[in-house]
Design a protein around this ligand. Structure first.
Ligand code: NDP
Ligand code: 2IT
Length: 444
């Protein structure tokens, strides 16, 4: 059996009940086969893959807090510190009822390669809680964040582990978390990114992931003699990543006709009015359904199935495994040419393979959504220097980083005779830097 297959079997056997983690590992190992085969003896001797798939550390803790009725609630809290070969652990915190160890391990594992692709010195980590911020008052969210940080603050720091936002964690939550860290540790340092602009946050961090997704799409299109101008686009989700992907792609002349949330989707043939979406989601914390009540000519449909709308470009920006094989078949049948993942692992493996085999140019999340964490790393740099760069400067750096990532991914795919296979290209390019650092640092 090949070394990569052996390791996959070992991961499944040793991590029971963790399907998302198995899925993320499988995609990476399948891509790495061509690289591993060429150096199999050395990699086996050093147990590179055994080390790569085992987190350096997982911290799991109790988060007790008091709700508005005076009752004590208890949630689970985690931080997965996966790999620090190329820098301090870096990655978001997710607050969502579905959060468990499998999901955080898949996210932390993906983060290793994503962070490597940015070219910046950041290792891979992820954390979060099964806390559900939906329907909670600001005071309840603050109480939860303070309790969560009271435990987490023992394990993080500007030079050890720097969390940020993800699903359910935005500017409000980062503010409360930062306040509690400062209070307990007595240190005003860049321990979190995505901070408010008045206390060390970076301009453009809010927009960075969504903008970066579109900068990546633009590079793919340019390489194939195409452009976003006049294209019809579906963006799934209506959170941080989705909103700023819509903003940027609309600026580039495309028309976004549909967005979703976990309840359903809106279709607006005239092009999504983003001001309305921002008001519903960023200000009122409401449901996407409200869009149809506010914008004439738009329609709301309850449930899944947004892929049934015809599009040229599909940007999944909500959550893992949201696009399955049936969805991919429908997209292909309707002429979709590009799938660029804003979310982490939003496409199932069979859907990914189907799309790629049927001529869709497919960019995986670890490359396409890396603009968020890259800009987080730029926030860390600004905090270390005690300086703030202008929006233009940060945006220009983000743009350059996304172009560089495309080049690395494209070049790695070509080097292994798999032109346009960006899944293989991203995994190989991300892996090469990490494995080099791991080898240089000895057995650790
Ligand atoms: P937000 O919490 O801002 O938004 C999430 C969006 O996805 C909401 O519209 C939400 O709908 C929807 N969603 C979440 N869970 C589900 C689900 N189970 N089924 C259907 N829809 C769902 O999160 P972000 O925009 O920050 O994150 C979106 C994705 O992008 C995630 O995969 C995240 O890991 C990834 N990502 C985020 C980065 C960032 O900088 N924020 C960076 C890189 C990747 P509802 O409101 O109904 O729950
Ligand atoms: O998935 C991700 O890359 C993020 N949620 C952003 C992580 C970060 O540290 O900015």
């Amino acid at each position: 059996m090949s070394y990569t297959d052996e390791i996959y079997e070992r991961v499944v056997a040793q991590n029971p009940g963790e399907p998302e983690f198995h899925q993320a590992v499988k995609e990476v190992l399948d891509s790495l086969k061509v690289v591993i085969d060429r150096n199999e003896e050395e990699y086996r001797r050093l147990s590179i893959l055994e080390r790569l798939v085992e987190p350096e550390r997982i911290i799991s803790f109790r988060v007790p807090w008091v709700d508005d009725k005076g009752n004590v609630q208890v949630n689970k809290g985690y931080r997965v510190q996966f790999n620090s070969a190329i820098g301090p652990y870096k990655g978001g915190l997710r607050f969502h009822p579905s959060v468990n160890q499998s999901i955080l391990k898949f996210l932390g594992f993906e983060q290793i390669f994503k962070n490597s692709l940015t070219g910046l010195p950041i290792g891979g980590g992820k954390g979060g809680s099964n806390f559900d911020p939906k329907g909670k008052s600001d005071r309840e969210v603050m109480a939860f964040c303070q309790s969560f940080m009271t435990e987490l603050c023992k394990y993080i720091g500007a030079d050890t582990d720097v969390p940020a936002g993800d699903i359910g964690v935005g500017g409000r939550e980062i503010g409360y978390l930062f306040g509690q860290y400062k209070r307990i540790r007595g240190q005003y340092e860049g321990v979190l990114t995505g901070k408010g602009l008045t206390f060390g946050g970076s301009l453009i961090r809010t927009q960075a992931t969504g903008y970066g997704v579109v900068y990546m799409l633009n590079e793919i299109m340019k390489a194939h003699g195409d452009s976003p101008e006049g294209k019809t686009v579906i963006v799934t989700g209506s959170g941080n990543v989705a909103i700023y992907a819509v903003e940027k792609i609309t600026q580039l002349g495309a028309k976004v006709v549909a967005m979703t949330d976990s309840n359903g989707y809106i279709y607006d043939p005239n092009g999504i009015n983003l001001d309305v979406v921002k008001d519903i989601k960023e200000v009122k914390r409401g449901r996407i359904k409200e869009y149809a009540d506010r914008v004439e000519g738009s329609v709301y449909t309850e449930g899944r199935g947004v892929w049934n709308i015809k599009c040229d470009v599909y940007l999944p920006c909500a959550t893992q495994n949201e696009l399955d094989l049936d969805g991919a078949k429908t997209l292909v049948a309707n002429g979709c040419k590009y799938i660029v993942e804003g979310a982490n692992m939003p496409t199932t493996l069979d859907a990914t393979n189907y799309a790629m085999e049927n001529g869709v140019l497919f960019m995986p999340g670890k490359a396409a959504n890396a603009g968020g964490v890259a800009t987080s790393a730029l926030e860390m740099s600004q905090n270390s220097m005690r300086l703030s760069w202008s929006a233009e400067e940060v945006d220009a750096r983000l743009h350059t980083i996304m172009k560089d990532i495309f080049k690395k991914v494209d070049e790695a795919a070509k080097r292994y005779d798999m032109e346009d296979n960006y899944v293989v290209g991203a995994n190989i390019a991300g892996f090469e830097k990490v494995v080099d650092a791991m080898k240089a640092q000895g057995i650790c």
